[in-house]
Design a protein around this ligand. Structure first.
Ligand code: ATP
Length: 370
C-alpha cells in the first residue's frame, strides 16, 4: 500500500513546451484521485511521470516514502491501464493477463492463482480461453484491468480507460471501477477529460488547465465552492450561468448586484465579504447554477431574488427534470426546473435566482470572492 507525493513537479518537453508546471499533491494511501481538465492540460504527462514513462524535468516524486524520480517503471510497484487496452491479439485472455507475471518469472501456480482471482473479481472467468477479437469492448476493458490487478501493484494508474466504450457501457464501467477500488483497497490515480466521470468516481479531484492545478477538492466542494471561473464553468452539466454585474450599496446599507435594470440584493454573509474586500462600486462576474434558477420562488424564503423576466427559447424535457433555455437581460441562461413544469418555447416567464447560492468572482483575477 502506498501514497504518492509530487513536490514542485514540472515537465518541460524538448522544444520548450511546459506541459506541467509546479505540480504539488499529497495522494494518500487508498485514495481515488482523478486528474481532470480539457485536452492538452497536462493530465497524461503527469500520469506518465508517475508511471516512469516520462522523465521528470523538475521536482520530486515519492511513491510511499521512496524518492522515485530515477526508479525504472518496472520497479515502481504501479500498474497502468491505457485507453486503447493494449492487449496482445494472438494471446488468450489468460495469457494476456499472465504475461507480465511470466516476464517476472513468477511461479506457474502463483500465476494461475492470481489470474483466476482477478478474473473472479472482474466476472470474466468464462472468457479466459478467448482471444481479444472475440470480446466486446467492455470485456476487453475488463481484461486490461485484470492485467493490472494480477500484478498486485501498490498504485493503479488509469488513462481515460473508458473513452472507447459507448455511453451506456461507460456509465456501467464507472460503477465497476468504483467497486473495484473498494475491493482492492489500493491507491487509484485516474485521468479523464469528462467532468461527470470525475465527479462520480473520485474521492478527490484535481482540476488542471494549461499545465497548472486550478483546484484540488472533493467532488462536492468543487461543485459548491469552485475557486475560480474556470473550475466553476468546467465542473457541472449543464454548466454554471455567468453574468456581469456591479456591486452597489444602497442608502439603507444593503449590498446588491446591479444587473441590467435589476437590483439583486445579496444575503448578509456574502454582502459583508464583498464590502470588506472593497468591491462596492466595482464590476464583478456572478455565477448561478441551473438548479439555482427557480420557476417557483416559494421554497427560497429570504434568499429569493426579485423576479426576472425571461424569454423561453427552448425547453428540454428529460423525464427527471426539465431544462429551460432562456434569455434574461439579453444573455442566455439555462434553468433546471421540475419535470412537471408546463413552460413552453416562446413563453415569457419570470424566474428567480437563489441568492444564497450565487457565486461571485473577481473580474480581473477570475478568482472566487464568495
Ligand atoms: P488529452 O486529454 O488530449 O490527452 P492531456 O491533458 O493529457 O490531453 P498531455 O498529453 O499531457 O495533455 O499534453 C500536455 C501538453 O504537452 C500539450 O500541449 C501537448 O501538446 C504537449 N506534449 C505532450 N507530449 C509531448 C511531447 N512528447 N513532446 C512535446 N510536447 C508534448
Amino acid at each position: 500500500m502506498a501514497g504518492v507525493r509530487l513536490k514542485n513537479v514540472s515537465k518541460i518537453y524538448p522544444g520548450g513546451v511546459r506541459a506541467v508546471h509546479d505540480f504539488n499533491i499529497d495522494i494518500e494511501d487508498k485514495e481515488f484521485i482523478i486528474l481532470v481538465g480539457p485536452s492538452g492540460c497536462g493530465k497524461t504527462t503527469t500520469l506518465r511521470m508517475i508511471a516512469g514513462l516520462e522523465e521528470i524535468s523538475e521536482g520530486e516524486l515519492y511513491i510511499g516514502d521512496k524518492l522515485c524520480n530515477d526508479v525504472a517503471p518496472k520497479d515502481r510497484d504501479i500498474a497502468m491501464v491505457f485507453q486503447n487496452y493494449a492487449l496482445y491479439p494472438h494471446m488468450t485472455v489468460f495469457d494476456n493477463m499472465a504475461f507480465g507475471l511470466k516476464l517476472r518469472k513468477t511461479p506457474k501456480d502463483e500465476i494461475k492463482r492470481r489470474v483466476h482471482e482477478a478474473a473472479r473479481i472482474l466476472s470474466i472467468e468464462h472468457l479466459l480461453d478467448r482471444k481479444p477479437k472475440a470480446l466486446s469492448g467492455g470485456q476487453r476493458q475488463r481484461v486490461a484491468l485484470g492485467r493490472a490487478i494480477v500484478r498486485e501493484p501498490k498504485v493503479f494508474l488509469m488513462d481515460e480507460p473508458l473513452s472507447n466504450l459507448d455511453a451506456k457501457l461507460r456509465v456501467q464501467m464507472r460503477t465497476e471501477i468504483s467497486k473495484l477500488h473498494l475491493k482492492l483497497n489500493t491507491t487509484f490515480i485516474y485521468v479523464t477529460h469528462d467532468q461527470t466521470e470525475a465527479l462520480t468516481m473520485g474521492t478527490r479531484i484535481v482540476v488542471m488547465k494549461d499545465g497548472l492545478i486550478q483546484q484540488i477538492d472533493t467532488p462536492q466542494k468543487l461543485y459548491d465552492e469552485p475557486s475560480n471561473l474556470f473550475v466553476a464553468g468546467f465542473i457541472g452539466s449543464p454548466q454554471m450561468n455567468f453574468g456581469n454585474a456591479i456591486v452597489e450599496k444602497s442608502d439603507d446599507g444593503k449590498i446588491s448586484l446591479r444587473f441590467g435594470g435589476y437590483s439583486l440584493e445579496l444575503p448578509p454573509e456574502k454582502a459583508s465579504v464583498l464590502e470588506k474586500q472593497g468591491y462596492v462600486g466595482k464590476e464583478v462576474v456572478f455565477g448561478v447554477r441551473p438548479e439555482d434558477i427557480h420557476e417557483n420562488a416559494a421554497s427560497l424564503g429570504a434568499h429569493a431574488s426579485i423576479p426576472l423576466n425571461a424569454d423561453v427559447e427552448v425547453t428540454e424535457r428529460l423525464g427527471s427534470e426539465t431544462l429551460l433555455y432562456v434569455v434574461i437581460n439579453d444573455a442566455n441562461y439555462t434553468a433546471r426546473v421540475s419535470p412537471k413544469s408546463t413552460v413552453q418555447a416562446n413563453d415569457k416567464i419570470q424566474l428567480t435566482f437563489d441568492m444564497g447560492r450565487i457565486h461571485i468572482f473577481d473580474k480581473e483575477t477570475e478568482k472566487a470572492i464568495v
